[in-house]
Design a protein around this ligand. Structure first.
Ligand code: GDP
Ligand code: MG
Length: 162
């Protein structure tokens, strides 16, 4: 079986956009309205000749009560099935309660986590990304899933963690 990379994070941070960037196709559903992605859609991906299964997570209603708890539950499920977690945070928003809830689950899991500071569309935003050190996950890697900025560096980090 291929190694599994699970993409986790609260709604609207750009998980599905990043999945599309990695697989090189537009199959994951990207929505301006959060919460559209079906639960745990899997894709086969490869980078530098190494193949892996990529899991796009989501599919809960962000307006529902106890959203942070539900997201943490989703993160827990993803952690159990994954070899490496790709944790996506929106650097333009900064750290939210839901991001903290996910980070706590990931830290406790002991699994390798790569932290993507997404929506860093230009160099000016890179300073913002450094705020994500506070999640206690490690170095935030500034990327733009939309424009592909630094997505190769991110994938290198994912492969290193596999
Ligand atoms: P998900 O809910 O985490 O799967 O997020 P989506 O991939 O559906 O993206 C949510 C919104 O953020 C969409 O409007 C995307 O176009 C936008 N988005 C995703 N990545 C980026 C990025 O790198 N830069 C900018 N500016 N917008 C992005
Ligand atoms: Mg999605």
């Amino acid at each position: 079986p291929l190694p599994v990379v699970a993409v986790v994070g609260r709604p609207n941070v750009g998980k599905s956009t990043l999945v599309n960037r990695i697989i090189g196709r537009r199959e994951a559903v990207v929505e301006d309205v959060p919460g559209v992605t079906r639960d745990r859609v899997t894709y086969e991906a490869s980078w530098r000749g190494r193949s892996f299964t990529l899991v796009d997570t989501g599919g809960w209603d962000p307006q529902a009560t106890g959203m942070a708890l539900r997201i943490a539950e989703q993160a827990q499920i993803a952690v159990e099935l994954a070899d490496v977690i790709l944790f996506v945070v929106d650097a333009t928003v900064g750290v939210t309660d839901a991001d903290e809830a996910v980070a706590q689950v990931l830290r406790r899991s002991g699994k390798p986590v790569v932290l993507a500071a997404n929506k860093v569309d230009d160099q000016r935003m890179e300073l913002e990304a450094s705020a994500l050190w506070s999640l206690g996950i490690g170095e935030p890697m500034p990327v733009s899933a939309l424009h592909g900025r630094s997505s190769g560096d991110l994938l290198d980090a994912v492969l290193d963690a596999l």
